[in-house]
Design a protein around this ligand. Sequence first.
Ligand code: FE
Ligand code: FE
Length: 176
Amino acid sequence: MSWFEKILGIEMTLDNLENVLEMQLNDLHSAETQLISALPKMAAAAKSSALAGAFRSHLAETRQHKSRLEKAFRLLGKRMSGEKCDAMAGLISEGQEVIDMKGDSGVKDAALIAAAQRVEHYEIAGYGTVRAYAELLGDDQAAKILQRTLDEEGQTDKKLTQLAESMINLDAAGEA
Ligand code: FE
Ligand code: FE
């Protein structure tokens, strides 16, 4: 429950699938908002310039994801609750742990990638759900913009895998 709902005494109930959709959209909106603050820190912590660049370009996409979600709320007639996504807060704090740890910078890059891929997979799960609901409701425009974000999350995940495989993890292994 958000502070807003607590004050007004409104409690979200799960009576129908529309409620589930609203809950999932709010979870994603909080997740993207938190990521907009976290990605610059990930970029600053990356030693590899390719990895830092990947984080920065995904930051630009993440800002788009947030505004597309706001559009999806409007299109689907759903209410923004301001509820915090605790799961994303946890994933980001695991990334922050890596940033704060001492160690070899190449090895740290590998650990940053691992943390970032958990984030992307979390988002992929959420967008797959809301896209499917938008389709079921017959809202093609909402489904299309949610699919666009889902595609970008998938591309980011693949790019991170390529970075890990092509250089970073090999470097890290060489330090052992
Ligand atoms: Fe995103
Ligand atoms: Fe993402």
